[in-house]
Design a protein around this ligand. Structure first.
Ligand SMILES: Nc1ncnc2c1ncn2[C@@H]1O[C@H](COP(=O)(O)OP(=O)(O)OP(=O)(O)O)[C@@H](O)[C@H]1O
Ligand SMILES: [Mg+2]
Length: 373
């Protein structure tokens, strides 16, 4: 049994490491193997409860493996649309490379980033909620915002929450798909995307890794790029800013210095918002969100871990919270009396987990914030 648990742990941690590193093909294969291993363990579980817990864990790994498929197919692979009934009716040609959804994440689900939320509320949410006052004070509705910062800090969550706050349709588009699968039709695809979004206002168009869509022209010799960048800029100019037909455009990037400067001028992605690592109160909230609902021993003090987790991203903290539950869980399914997650479980996970963002990366973002380059 212990050999199988060891194998399981090894497969799972390799899968998660590959997932974090963005190698979704490798991650998927390890995660599926780990899930199979867990199912075998479930079959030999001593109690029905242990069996159920094993199966639940296997199920989680399978979901993560599915997420790998989604992430792989989203940039390059097969067509994929997530949508409700309303979207079905309005499906357009763009629907095979755009993901449309009605997000459920709200600002309250995002720990910290209070300045970021305030700025976004002012620029994007309040003008929608109070169109008369916005008109009176000459505040335009709609527009573009660039979220930049290290990985795993909540940029995608924020983009979704914006759509949720104004009850907008969320269009998630993948530059890699536009550029690779549709080379030669890239400009038409951009136009189709904006046309589709205009028919469903309010809508939020979210372009992740926006530097891939509008890279600095001088740094990219591709002629496709030389045509696509002006096309995107032209569509942005054409945004209808009336409140009932407003479109919001949100870009996210880990490499803002690679984006064409023309994209960052007024009227385009003109609001640049840095989404950084969580500060102490945000780390506390992250611990509450990701550990708060798990059984915890009295020696677990969030204040202590809040300090120890300085430098870790929101995604790192979520992963640490998940991993800390594994040892007590595996002990319990191995037949020991169930125990809560203790301080030492958390400490040992933290000890073997490096923050995913290093200081050099942060310095690079600081430089961009100050110099725009
Ligand atoms: N501020 C936060 N509050 C709550 N959860 C967070 C926060 N930041 C990150 N997370 C957790 O980490 C996961 C990854 O966050 P998200 O995808 O938004 O990061 P990102 O900034 O878009 O990263 P990337 O640059 O890699 O795309 C989220 O699904 C969530 O579980
Ligand atoms: Mg993201």
């Amino acid at each position: 049994m212990s050999a199988t648990i060891t194998t399981f742990e090894r497969l799972k941690s390799k899968g998660i490491a590959a997932f974090k590193g963005g190698d979704y093909a490798t991650a998927r294969s390890y995660l599926v193997d780990a899930a199979e291993c867990m199912i075998e363990l479930a079959e030999s579980a001593k109690t029905a409860e242990a069996r159920r817990q094993h199966e639940a864990l296997a199920g989680e790994l399978v979901s993560l493996a599915k997420e790998c498929d989604a992430r792989r197919s989203h940039p390059q692979g097969a067509p994929r649309v997530r949508q409700g009934e309303k979207d079905e009716e309005n499906a357009t040609d763009a629907s095979d490379w755009v993901v449309r959804e009605r997000p459920t994440i709200g600002f309250d689900d995002i720990a910290g980033l209070e300045d970021v939320k305030t700025e976004i509320r002012l620029k994007m949410i309040y003008p929608f909620a109070h169109p008369e006052l916005a008109a009176k004070y000459g505040i335009t509705v709609g527009g573009g915002i660039l979220l930049y910062g290290p990985p795993g800090t909540g940029k995608t969550m924020i983009a979704k929450a914006i759509a949720r706050e104004i009850d907008a349709t969320f269009f998630l588009i993948s530059p890699a798909q536009i550029m690779s699968k549709w080379v030669g039709e890239a400009e038409q695809n951009i136009k189709k995307l904006f046309d589709a979004a205009k028919t469903e206002t309010p809508s939020v168009i979210f372009i992740d890794e926006v530097e891939a869509l509008v890279p600095r022209r001088k740094s990219d010799a591709s002629t496709v790029m030389q045509r696509v960048v002006p096309q995107v800029l032209q569509e942005l100019e054409g945004f209808d800013r009336k409140s009932d037909r407003a479109l919001l455009f949100v870009g996210a990037t880990n490499k803002p210095w690679l984006i064409d400067e023309a994209m960052l001028r007024p009227g385009r992605l003109d609001a640049k918002v840095y989404v950084g690592l969580p500060d102490a109160p945000a780390r506390f909230k992250l611990l509450e969100i990701y550990l708060g609902k798990k059984p915890l021993a009295p020696d677990v003090e969030f204040g202590e871990f809040c300090d120890l987790l300085e430098g870790y991203s929101g995604a790192d903290i979520r992963n640490i919270a998940q991993q800390a539950a594994h040892l007590p869980f595996l002990e319990a399914i191995g037949g020991q009396p169930p125990r809560p997650i203790g301080r030492s479980d958390l400490l040992s996970v933290i000890e073997r987990t490096q923050p995913s963002v290093d200081k050099g990366d942060l310095t690079r973002f600081e430089k961009f914030t100050v110099t725009g380059d």
